[in-house]
Design a protein around this ligand. Sequence first.
Ligand code: 5RP
Length: 222
Amino acid sequence: MDPREDEKRAAAEAAALEVQNGTTLGLGTGTTVAHFLPALARRKLEVMCVATSQATEDIAHKLGLPLQPFDLLERLDLAVDGADQVAPDMWLVKGGGGAHTREKIVASAAERFVVIASSDKLVDRLGPPVPVEVLRFGVAATLRRLADIGPVEQREAPPTPDGNPLFHLMVAMDDPRALASELDSIPGVVGHGLFQPELVSEVIVGRADGTVERRERRDPRR
Ligand code: 5RP
């Protein structure tokens, strides 16, 4: 068994213990979240969940977790999700599963956003790739704008949960805030995988022995 799976499970189980009865809960996407869902279901709490992808929705449905479309809810109490990279200042790169646009909407609607991760996700500094979801309309023009920032690679992956193509921007990330802002300013970019620290409440890193390390933001956003 891959020790990283034990780390993911430890982080996921610790996060499941943070959920309380009555919580409205955003569910992320990925293999770490796949450990969180059964841990949550085992607690048999009364919760209302919003899923960020069909894959998460399918697992949650099988486990009997109540789901609601994210059309009418204005806010959530908590969102729990994995990450591809976690920097010491809590900048994240997400989108390995292509659901980062939905995940960012859910994280930013949540009172608390808890990131669960195995230890290999901790990095000294963020590095490429940055996943970018692009609107199909005008895709060539959007890609030209992205290429002004750095090399762009077509991602060998299914489209995003909203049917948009995915690309990888292969750039160094000396200044993630400036890069995020530049990407946000390109009209055809639907969403990118850079998540700012202001979104993050806590990072839970699992250890293979079942214990966890918690990193809380010192100046929580809300
Ligand atoms: C999906 C994501 C995932 O949270 C991220 O890729 C981590 O995935 P995993 O838990 O499988 O390592 O951002 O869009």
